[in-house]
Ligand binder design. Structure first.
Ligand code: FES
Length: 140
């Protein structure tokens, strides 16, 4: 005879891994695109390298990172954005990720050879060498 075992309903519900960091003291947020295109170009390795460099530089308490889906600049992948600086990076590799930490995040000196957009006044401007994008339809 089969033994019937029942479990509380709560134990059958899948609970995704949840993280709730204390962000007190955070000065910057780094968005690491892990969308489809960037993932095929090594986004996971970029993410791991950047986070490792942050730990090595002791910047974890002041720099928060988040993996994102597509940031809308696939031609630039791997795409990384540093906020609130509003600096957009293109063609980021693990080596460039370490430079972003060592130069930009540690010493306020963006890695200009990989910057695609920078703030100018109230808006972003595109730097030369960055592929133009498609204009968004109004209201998008
Ligand atoms: S998948 Fe990274 S910008 Fe589109």
């Amino acid at each position: 005879m089969l033994e019937h075992r029942s479990a509380p309903v709560e134990s059958l519900v899948y609970l995704p891994h949840m993280t709730t960091w204390d962000l007190t003291g955070t000065q910057r947020l780094v968005l690491l695109c892990n969308g489809d295109t960037c993932s095929t170009r090594g986004a996971d390795e970029v993410t791991v390298a950047l986070r490792r460099a942050l730990r090595e530089q002791g910047l974890d308490p002041v720099v928060h990172t988040a993996r994102t889906r597509c940031l809308g600049r696939c031609d630039d992948g791997c795409t990384v954005v540093v906020q609130p600086d509003n600096i957009w990076y293109r063609n980021v590799t693990p080596d460039v990720a370490r430079e972003i930490v060592d130069q930009h995040l540690a010493h306020d000196a963006p890695v200009m050879g990989h910057v695609s957009f920078v703030p100018h006044g109230d808006a972003l401007v595109q730097l030369s060498g960055t592929r133009p994008g498609t204009a968004k339809p109004s209201g998008a």
